[in-house]
Design a protein. Sequence first.
Length: 206
Amino acid sequence: MKQYQSKVFEEAVDAFARLPGIGRRTALRMVLAVLKRPAEDAERFGQAVIRLRKEIGYCVKCHNISDQSTCGICADTRRDASLVCVVEDIRDVIAIENTGQYRGLFHVLGGIINPMEGISPSQLNVQSLVDKVAAGRVKEVIMALPATMEGDTTVYYLFKKLRELGVRFSVIARGIAIGGELEYADEVTLGRSIVNRTPYDHPLVK
């Protein structure tokens, strides 16, 4: 038995429902909302999605999203290239940029180490970070990863990879709740966490 009388309508609901965090009820509301909008609005929406998929790539330097080979942050000569803030994904770049408290560069790992989900260091943008630090221009690497067991594991792994390169290694202050994600932190708290970052210290480090 068909759930909807229109195959086109059903395909649209299915397409929206494939997005993360979108159930079929929410997808249905979205499709109905699109139908209520003028046709030109729907066309603009569709073209924006197509252009997004075709024209947006990743920065060759930091792995941030960009419609050029180098993103606007890496290309900005006013940024402090001696500071590199390491984040899990692009949402964290956006969150930190919104604080207005950080003027260095970024490095997007593309995830964090999580053996339970089969995510190993080899699947992350680790080697490009090591190469960036080894080039000698970076003076401090700031870890801005989630305050979770997986996040802490990733920080420790990166510390071991970078500690012989003579770079300062710090972590953002724990104004972020344990187990919390950066994108959900308010801008004031996140900004203070960047400004008040502390040198990395681990009990297993000798």
